[in-house]
Design a binder for this molecule. Structure first.
Ligand code: G1P
Length: 295
């Protein structure tokens, strides 16, 4: 069982300014639930019991969101708002721990993951990048759970991938499978190489890393010696490429859908989908959309 998940949330969120000036971008909501809560729920649904936030001093709201707000809870209890109280308490179910470590300097995703090494210790763990929403709505088992199971069976690192248009490969880590291999949805296959943000000409495929990983602790030793790469940052993809050359690693093709909440249009798309699914507002929201003059 993979018990621990690392969520790097120290990024400044410049793509969401001015909204992210005083509020962490991970706290922006899809209707009424912060993006980060969706990501934590995904981790918990995959059996994770310890969430490790790699965070920054300016982003305390995230830690507060997963902490008990005693005043608010007692106020709601006094006013008899039982449903709301239950909902608040369910943000962090019993038996789940949230731990934070600070990333003092923004040296890249690989560096952020390395900051969690002491808390993770010598066991395999998951990584979830909170900009990315993986939507496994109505699927009995989410993609992260399938990746964890595959890791347990094979001992090989699992990296979630999906195809992207060729002109967008320079925004992602791109993976190469073994010669001639193809990858069906829900399947894992060995990789040959990984490269962070290649140009469309250099890209070995259009299979992009989506932001979910299940990794062995060996990755920490490799990260500790990884030199700055794309964007002059310490890249997780580069350490993973070293791991892959050393002991192999697999790409797992996602079954669900993904929304990139790190950009405005992706965030709006996710909002739209979640509003149309929301038990309280879906009907009214659908009416609103139908009434739009251009709809
Ligand atoms: C990071 C990873 C990249 C991955 C992407 C997924 O890049 O470095 O390999 O494809 O997340 O969203 P970032 O978006 O942080 O630049």
């Amino acid at each position: 069982m993979i018990r621990k998940a690392v969520l790097p949330v120290a990024g400044l969120g410049t793509r969401f300014l001015p909204a992210s000036k005083a509020i962490p971008k991970e706290m922006l909501t899809l209707v009424d639930k912060p993006v980060i809560q969706h990501v934590v729920e995904e981790a918990l649904a995959a059996g994770i019991t310890e969430i490790i936030l790699v965070t920054h001093g300016a982003k305390k709201a995230i830690e507060d969101h997963f902490d008990v707000n005693y005043e608010l809870e007692s106020e709601l209890a006094q006013r008899g708002k039982t449903k709301l109280l239950k909902e608040l308490r369910s943000i962090l179910p019993a038996g789940i721990r949230v731990i934070s470590v600070r990333q003092g300097r923004a040296l890249g995703l690989g560096h952020a993951i390395l900051c969690a090494s002491e808390v993770v210790g010598n066991e395999p763990f998951a990584v979830l990048l909170p900009d990315v929403l993986v939507d496994n709505f109505a699927q009995p088992k989410n993609d992260l759970a399938c990746m964890s199971q595959r890791f347990i069976e094979t001992g090989l690192a699992q990296v979630l991938v999906d195809s992207v248009p060729q002109e967008k490969v320079d925004q992602y880590g791109i993976v190469a499978l073994k010669e001639g291999a193809s990858l069906a949805v829900g399947e894992s296959k060995p990789m040959q190489a990984m490269v962070e943000k290649p140009t469309p000409e250099q890209a070995p495929s259009n299979l992009a890393i989506v932001g979910r990983y299940v990794l062995p602790p060996r990755i920490f030793e490799l990260l500790a010696t990884t030199q700055p790469g794309a964007g002059n940052e310490i890249q997780l993809t580069d350490a993973l490429d070293a791991l892959l050359q050393e002991q192999g690693a697999e790409a797992y093709r996602m079954q669900g859908k993904t929304y990139d909440c790190g950009n405005k249009l992706g965030y709006l798309h996710a909002t739209l989908v979640h509003a149309l699914r929301h038990p309280e507002v879906s009907e009214g929201f659908r009416e609103l959309i139908n009434q739009l003059p251009e709809a």
